[in-house]
Write a protein that binds this ligand. Structure first.
Ligand SMILES: [Fe+2]
Length: 182
C-alpha cells in the first residue's frame, strides 16, 4: 500500500473518532493543525509533521484506556517511528519532540501554561512535567526542536470543535513528494 493510502486508512479508522479528553475529534484536530501550518506559510515537511503529529494515537488500540488509567501511551515516539519509516527526518523529528516541546514551553514561558487545555495539563504530568535547566538546554540542541515548538503552538490552537478544515486529499501531493524523498 502506498503511504498516502496508509494514512487515509488510519484517518478513517474508528479509532480516529475521539481525541482523549479534548473537545474535538482527533482527525479534525490534526487537519486543523496542518491548516495552521499551511496558513503560516510553513515548508511542506512542517505542514505534514503538523498533519501527522498525533498519528501515534491512531496506531495504539488502547490509547483511550491508557489515558483513563492515567498512563502515558507515548504517542510521540510511536508516531515518530511510524513516520521515520516513510518520511525524511524533517517530518519525523518534530513529531517525536512535540510532547517535549510542550514541557519546554511550560518550563520557559510562564504565560504558556494558561493556553493549554485541561487535558493537555493533565497529560503534562504523565509526560514528565517541567524540565530543569539541563533538560531545557539539551532539548534545544536536538535536531527538530525548533520545528517541534512550531508544531506544538499550532497543536494547542487546533482544538476548535466542528471547525471547517482542508480535506486530507488536499495534502496528497505534499505527502507523496515527501515520502518519495526519503
Ligand atoms: Fe495534538
Amino acid at each position: 500500500m502506498d503511504v498516502y493510502s496508509e494514512i487515509e486508512e488510519l484517518f478513517t479508522s474508528g479509532v480516529s473518532e475521539e481525541y482523549l479528553g479534548e473537545d474535538v475529534k482527533l482527525v479534525e484536530h490534526m487537519l486543523q493543525c496542518a491548516d495552521h501550518a499551511r496558513a503560516s506559510g510553513a515548508p511542506s515537511e512542517l505542514v505534514i509533521a503538523a498533519l501527522l503529529h498525533d498519528i501515534g494515537h491512531l496506531l495504539v488500540d488502547d490509547a483511550a484506556a491508557a489515558h483513563i488509567a492515567g498512563e502515558d501511551a507515548h504517542h510521540d515516539e510511536i508516531g515518530a517511528q511510524w513516520i521515520e519509516a516513510r518520511f525524511p527526518e524533517s517530518v519525523s523529528e518534530p513529531v517525536r519532540l512535540h510532547v517535549d516541546a510542550k514541557r519546554y514551553l511550560v518550563s520557559t514561558d510562564p504565560l504558556y501554561m494558561a493556553k493549554l487545555s485541561e487535558a493537555s495539563i493533565h497529560t503534562l504530568r504523565l509526560q514528565g512535567g517541567l524540565m530543569d535547566q539541563d533538560q531545557i538546554k539539551d532539548f534545544f540542541t536536538l535536531p527538530g526542536a525548533k520545528a517541534a515548538i512550531q508544531v506544538r503552538l499550532w497543536d494547542d490552537v487546533a482544538k476548535i470543535r466542528d471547525k471547517a478544515t482542508s480535506t486530507l486529499d488536499s495534502f496528497r501531493i505534499e505527502i507523496e513528494n515527501l515520502a518519495g524523498n526519503r
